[in-house]
Design a protein around this ligand. Structure first.
Ligand SMILES: Nc1ncnc2c1ncn2[C@@H]1O[C@H](COP(=O)(O)OP(=O)(O)OP(=O)(O)O)[C@@H](O)[C@H]1O
Ligand SMILES: [Mg+2]
Length: 281
């Protein structure tokens, strides 16, 4: 059942994972958070005041038309970009400057071509000046988890695109952040690798207990992975709707063939048709 409050359609929050729905504490919170880019050509109103909450352990995706401010929102949560208004809180504290407890995966793997796989992962520890012995131990564990043993000494260009993307995810996990921010991490992958990475990400999220904010252009990917999907409107972006995805975990790829999955996809697509803006995926 949906109820309409202002321009936000809220579905009753389904208990997507037992005990999670409303009992977990709020980890990321936007209170009227807005963004205006000030440029030489004038102000660019990018995000209208947004209100949202992401709970500890939740997997939340953001979908929306190109240019609506998704990357802007993610960079602000990461503390890489200042907000223009309102308040943005991480663990109850206002985000001011880059956050320690956050791992970021950018759209392209962004690996350093002259560094081997292990050294690309360890870059995270070097930048953060973490003790290297512990970082090496954790890197080895992560490499095993992601099935990349034997590739530690390879250079990125010796890996497939999917493997490179896994390395960039491991780099984001090295310092064991409680929050993982991912901006279209699988956009450059072929469809089959992308599905494998979706399964892998679900596994990492379920075993490592992270809170994930994923930006994606793919409606099926958002539904498959998320507890909740936030749909943004065109720039200046606002949250047009949010949907709780009530599908049991772990989700096999087959779930995409179910009627319930198709119904979610239809509902989400309807927003983009309404905005005259549907992505190809
Ligand atoms: N540094 C900047 N200065 C001025 N305007 C900017 C800047 N960065 C982004 N913008 C504008 O803000 C809007 C939102 O950009 P953003 O990158 O957040 O969009 P997005 O939703 O991530 O888009 P996409 O899906 O294409 O990645 C765009 O219209 C863009 O032109
Ligand atoms: Mg973007």
């Amino acid at each position: 059942m949906s109820q309409v409050t202002s321009n936000v359609v809220k579905l009753a929050p389904a208990a997507a994972r037992e005990g999670l729905a409303s009992s977990a504490k709020v980890l990321i919170e936007g209170r009227g958070v807005s963004k205006i880019y000030r440029t030489k050509e004038g102000d660019v109103e990018t995000l209208k005041p947004l209100d949202f909450q992401i709970r500890e352990g939740e997997f939340v995706s953001v979908v929306g038309p190109s240019g609506c401010g998704k990357s802007t929102l993610m960079k602000m949560v990461a503390g890489l970009l200042p907000i223009s208004g309102g308040d943005l809180l991480l663990s109850g504290r206002s985000v001011k400057g880059p956050q320690i407890d956050v791992g970021i995966v950018f759209q392209n793997a962004l690996l350093l071509p002259w560094r081997r796989v292990l050294d690309n992962i360890l870059l995270q520890a070097e930048i953060r000046r973490l003790p290297m012995a512990a970082a090496r131990k954790r890197a080895a564990e992560l490499i095993a988890m992601a099935g990349l043993q034997g590739f530690e000494d390879k250079y990125p260009w010796q890996l497939s695109g999917g493997m490179q993307q896994r390395v960039s995810i491991l780099r984001a996990l090295l310092h064991d952040p409680s929050v993982l921010l991912m901006d279209e991490p699988f956009g450059a992958l072929d469809a089959m690798t992308r599905e494998r990475m979706n399964l892998e990400l679900q596994r990492i999220w379920m075993t490592a207990g992270k809170t994930v904010l994923l930006i994606t252009h793919s409606i099926p990917e958002a539904i498959f992975l998320s507890d909740r999907v936030l749909v943004m409107s065109e720039r200046p972006g606002s949250i047009a709707a949010e949907y709780a995805i009530d599908l049991p975990r772990p989700r096999p790829l087959d779930v995409m063939g179910t009627e319930k999955f198709a119904a979610y996809a239809r509902t989400l697509r309807a927003h983009f048709f309404a905005q005259g803006n549907l992505d190809a995926h």
